[in-house]
Design a protein around this ligand. Structure first.
Ligand code: HEM
Ligand code: HEM
Length: 177
């Protein structure tokens, strides 16, 4: 197909680092959800929160980069409904990379547990804030499911471009074109 303009190195690096981190965190969270209460679960939960805050920092930098650089250039005609849907999913995924950790922090602070990151206390434990904990918990749970569905559609789209349409969408994100 057309020769698309290459993606910048930071765009490619941010995409794959955040993608792996998010998939790992989703799997970690779902694993934790099914564990019975135990000291081990408490420790793993601490790690989940700490890594989640790192993902928040990384995802925020990525959004700053995306705003600074502008949207990635389209390959071919970008006016069809599938291309519009792909763009919509990109925006949803970008937003969710921020809202997932933020809602997690809301859950932790709202539950009166404050926020520790790898043993460093960032927000002191205090009174429970019922509405904050509930809003955070509901958002964290529902958005996780929405995100999993969006990632599946996103990956199917990438496979379709590569296998059926045989264009450079995937190879470009792998830095090969
Ligand atoms: C990219 C970042 C994150 C992702 C993708 C993620 C994903 C998940 C998922 C899929 C679950 C299981 C579903 C659920 O119980 O709601 C979960 C549970 C949980 N997450 Fe996260 N999480 C992230 C960051 C955080 C952060 C930063 C915190 C807190 C500081 C946090 C706190 C929690 C807690 C407390 C639970 C357990 C909820 C329960 O007991 O049901 N998460 N996470
Ligand atoms: C591991 C499986 C994944 C594959 C094969 C994949 C593949 C791709 C490809 C080929 C593009 C370029 C699309 C285009 O040129 O229009 C892209 C863009 C994008 N992907 Fe993924 N992706 C994966 C996982 C993820 C995950 C987990 C996220 C969630 C954070 C994500 C978020 C994005 C975003 C936001 C863009 C738009 C480009 C940007 O803003 O930097 N991807 N992906």
């Amino acid at each position: 197909m057309s020769t698309p303009s290459a993606l910048s190195k930071p765009t490619i690096a941010f995409h794959w680092i955040v993608a792996i981190a998010i998939i790992g965190m989703l799997a970690f969270g779902l694993y934790l959800e099914d564990l019975p209460r135990s000291p081990e679960k408490g420790e793993l939960m601490g790690l989940h929160k700490s890594f989640g805050v790192l993902v928040l920092m990384l995802a925020s930098l990525r959004i700053v980069w995306r705003v600074k650089e502008g949207p990635i250039p389209a390959i071919g005609d970008a006016s069809g409904w599938q291309e519009k849907m792909a763009k919509g999913i990109h925006h949803l995924l970008l937003l969710a990379t921020i809202l997932m950790p933020v809602s997690g922090i809301m859950m932790s602070v709202g539950g009166g547990r404050g926020l520790d990151v790898f043993g460093v206390n960032l927000i002191a434990a205090g009174e429970k804030i019922e509405w904050l904990g509930q809003l955070g918990g509901a958002t964290h749970g529902v958005l996780a499911k929405i995100m999993i569905a969006a990632i599946l559609l996103h990956v199917l789209g990438a496979i379709k471009h590569h296998v059926l349409m045989k264009d450079n969408t995937l190879t470009r994100m792998l830095g090969k074109s």
